[in-house]
Ligand binder design. Sequence first.
Ligand code: FAD
Ligand code: NAP
Ligand code: SF4
Length: 681
Amino acid sequence: MPASAPHAEFPHLLAPLDLGFVTLPNRVLMGSMHVGLEDDVGPLKKMGAYFARRAEGGVGLLVTGGIAPNIDGQVKPFAATLNNRWGAFKHRYVTGPVHDAGGLIAMQILHAGRYAYTPLAVAPSAIKSPISRFKPRGLSGRGVERTIANFVRCAVLAKTAGYDGVEVMGSEGYLINEFVVDKTNKREDAWGGAYEARMRLPVEIVRRTREAVGPEFIIIYRLSMLDLVKGGSTWEQIVTLAKAIEAAGATIINTGIGWHEARVPTIATMVPRAAYTWVTRRLMGEVSIPLITSNRINMPETAEQVLARGDADMVSMARPLLADPDWVKKARDGKRDEINTCIACNQACLDHIFKNQRASCLVNPLACYETEVKIEPTPAPLKVAVVGAGPAGLAFSTTAAKRGHAVTLFDKASQIGGQFNMARKVPGKEEFDETIRYFTTMLGTTGVTLALGQAVAPEDLIGKGYDVVVVAAGVHPRQIDLPGIDLDKVLSYVDVLAGGAAVGDRVAIIGAGGIGFDVAEFLAHDHSAPSPSLDVDAYLAEWGVDKTMEHGGGLKAPVVPPSPRTITMCQRGDKKMGAGLGKTTGWIHRQSLKQKKVTMLTSVTYQKVDEVGLHILRGGEPMVIEADTVVVCAGQICANELVAPLRASGLAVHVIGGAHEAGELDAKRAIDQGTRLAARL
Ligand code: FAD
Ligand code: NAP
Ligand code: SF4
């Protein structure tokens, strides 16, 4: 068959990749990500549907979340393990549907090493990790041999289960990585000491796996190319390991960035797109097998640029394919604007996994619920009015219209997006623009009638022929009662973020929830310079990443642009500031503000505001925070005034998002509620 012509828009991204015994249809790898469906037959069927959906969407090669090769390699007690034939049989629930959908899938083998959240944890040496409660046991020499044999057995079982390959997890600070680096490997036997001895574990795993699985089976090795911890591998060592891994029989090398204990953000939304592909580029030419690059690649044009400039042969994405299973298909079919972009928030994926919940996606609540929530054409189309084009109203309207309902969406603002229009102004939250772009496109393709600039009152809807009204009117900022609260120097977060109100040099912030943190970040940034989240070099400098990789681990002293303002954040509670922020991102927000010298005060009692500033009590002692501006970020209340009169008129009314419940509201809940309501209407 003649080779097809290169794709006009994304010629590198959509080019096939010939691995000798199999050809991948394009350069997109769905990278490994635990979703909480790996563990038993029922969930494995759901996982099969989840991956099959991504295979239908055209992904070149899928990789499962990490599966342990033995009990002591489990990330937590009873975590997914493949160590017997029954296990291999169960995995056919995954490989079968993927192959039926025309896809290829590899299984990741992950031994957690000292990151195992269990007293059974093992490691090269008995050295506790700073992020685990459990001190690991140092493996004996026989234990090392047994571990290698278990990796090989796991790969053979994966082949029996129908997988097209395996990925050997050698990065992120897990067991293999711990062997390679001398700060975690103090062994004095044949597996420790000089670098050649420390890297024997991964090399032997790959060599013996290749011997066992034969030549026509994909072996990906995930190599930690930038540890981001003190005492990590040097560049010379990384190149030496890559060459040895190639010689041992790997098919492809994938890039790992940062150990889990690293204190540098590597995938969160404030990390610029493609911020780490330069690392993979350094390895290009050192080995002849294909290299995959990764981290914060979420749109086709970014992936195309990365591949076109020769940073890698392939790109790895996990979250963007959770967000949109049809990502590849849409890129291929000229529908880039229909891609539901991953905004790298971690809120419904990684944060769920860290709380032992099933992963999903903030912008796509159908992810991992493929067998449970279906969007099907309605047998009985309704005429629906939706009040509020924030995330809840947008998710509802586009999903309901897709099903065939006749939807009119009203918003009093002149643009769609609701509070996302404030969120996207915060440095590091620019990706929120993509969600607004996505919904703008989808309103058009699904045929929603959009009525902007219309503040809806009950009489605008009553008697107008609507079968159903959906109130998605969001929230009102909570007003607080304090002497001096009416002074001009007191602003709300809406005045600052939406109204562009002038803010003085000394600022006190009342309230330290998600919005208090975002306002502090906004005010601590000099807006005449680009946000570091849009400038790779500025971001790397701010977080102390050394592109020259002069020292092992690739770290140097951070250079943080000073805040143009003196900022003090306050909260009444005595919990750690930002305790309610995301599990995987809260530390980044805290550290970022700390680096900008923002003062954080807990256990505050507010007294008054006057010309001097904000007067408070702390530990019973009076204190004045001198401030030119006081910004109130004290939470929100429901905007649900329309509900009672509409219901009283006899209309069928549904209430979603902030209008339904303002406490602990986030876009995850708003979009989920809107989507699920539309799915069942
Ligand atoms: P809203 O977004 O408030 O939308 C309601 C819409 O209804 C508005 O557009 C309003 O104009 C319209 N409306 C109201 N009354 C009427 C009427 N009578 N007639 C017509 N139109 C009307 N969430 C996260 O999950 N992650 C984050 O990182 C995050 N960051 C944030 C940062 C900031 C600075 C802010 C302010 C919010 C952030 N949020 C975040 C919260 C998130 O934006 C909200 O949870 C979400 O927008 C709520 O969606 P909603 O559709 O219920 O309401
Ligand atoms: P929030 O997280 O509930 O925080 C409200 C803050 O106001 C708290 O610090 C609270 O703390 C304080 N407060 C409440 N009542 C007060 C009163 N009467 N007087 C003084 N202070 C008072 O709400 P938010 O910051 O408005 O954020 C709204 C939602 O948006 C959140 O639920 C959040 O999930 C979402 N969001 C998320 C992110 C994110 O990064 N994931 C970012 C922004 C927003 P004390 O009671 O201790 O004083
Ligand atoms: Fe991306 Fe957020 Fe969805 Fe995770 S929850 S896939 S980070 S958009």
